[in-house]
Design a binder for this molecule. Sequence first.
Ligand code: NAD
Length: 352
Amino acid sequence: MQKVIKATNLDQNLSNVISQHKFDKIFILTDEHTEKLCYPLVANNKYIAQAEKIVIPSGEKYKSIETLSNIWMFLSQNDGTRHSLIINLGGGLLTDIGGFAAATFKRGIKCINIPTTLLGAVDAAVGGKTGINFNELKNEIGAFAPADAVLIDSVFFRSLDHKNLLSGYAEMLKHSLLDNQEEWKSIISFDTEEIDYDKLKQLTVNSVLVKERIVEEDPFEKGIRKALNLGHTIGHAFESLSHKKEKPIHHGYAVAWGIICELYLSNKYCGFPKDELYKTVYFIKDNYEGFMFDCDDYEQLYEYMKHDKKNESTEKINFTFLSDIGKIEINQSATKEDIFESIDFLRESVGL
Ligand code: NAD
């Protein structure tokens, strides 16, 4: 079972986790940025000091079969066995590809994730989805393969640029909406400009635990795991549109706007309280600047939603709504007219 660990002393926590097994060889996977910015923070650990380092390029186009093949080759040529360990030190891309390499090398070896982006920490590093892009399709090849442990330390987030930080924070906002009032209040009152990293670590761990709890209940997304799609049905459409317009936005920004639309629909279909809707909208408006689109883009957005792989058919777009904070309603739908109305609401409320 996957274990999420809040690091109190990174070096010691890491040693404790690794010493629970006897490994014949340890590999640490980094990308070109985490090698420079994050590896030095763990380099003195007695296990890491002996580990073989693998460095891959950063960027979504490298989440590929070629990079995966290079990782397999490195493991194979450097005496990796079924009793070896891979430590993934990086963001979501790296834990996705490193987790998949671990799941497939010698039919599966142990792996530890040390997420270094906020998005990686609260989303990608937990839940067991691993994989690569293939045939120009995102995450086309992969496996459900949870890491054996996930070590969270906000020390890594200090070198993240603000947009990457906020991108991950949007997933934390989502988790808090799925969780409870208290957590949601802490999330929307956190100062994202003057960051208190200790507080951020605690919020991050609470947030990961929401995901872990939901995934444990439904590892293969047959039911309640769909709750994690809150904000993503319309959010993914914004993300795709931004790529089509060649003005790509960070995933979490699209999710934040998706959350506004889907809470608007939650209010309309399930009675989500208006006060909580507006407080969430204010937080997003304050933190996430938009990209320009207009009514002429609505049909295109709708097309993207129809082709979301979470739908059971293109006729019915599947949503997760809330009837209140922490009250999850999965397998919902909305009329095209109401979806367009929710996008109007977003544009009016955040001034897009
Ligand atoms: P990423 O791993 O590409 O990291 C973004 C950028 O930040 C990269 O350039 C990286 O080198 C750099 N970086 C990483 N840590 C840093 C640090 N501490 N300081 C400075 N720079 C740092 O991407 P991401 O945004 O973390 O995650 C996106 C990826 O995660 C996508 O491939 C997506 O498909 C995947 N994902 C997977 C899941 C899942 O459930 N498996 C969930 C969400 C996203």
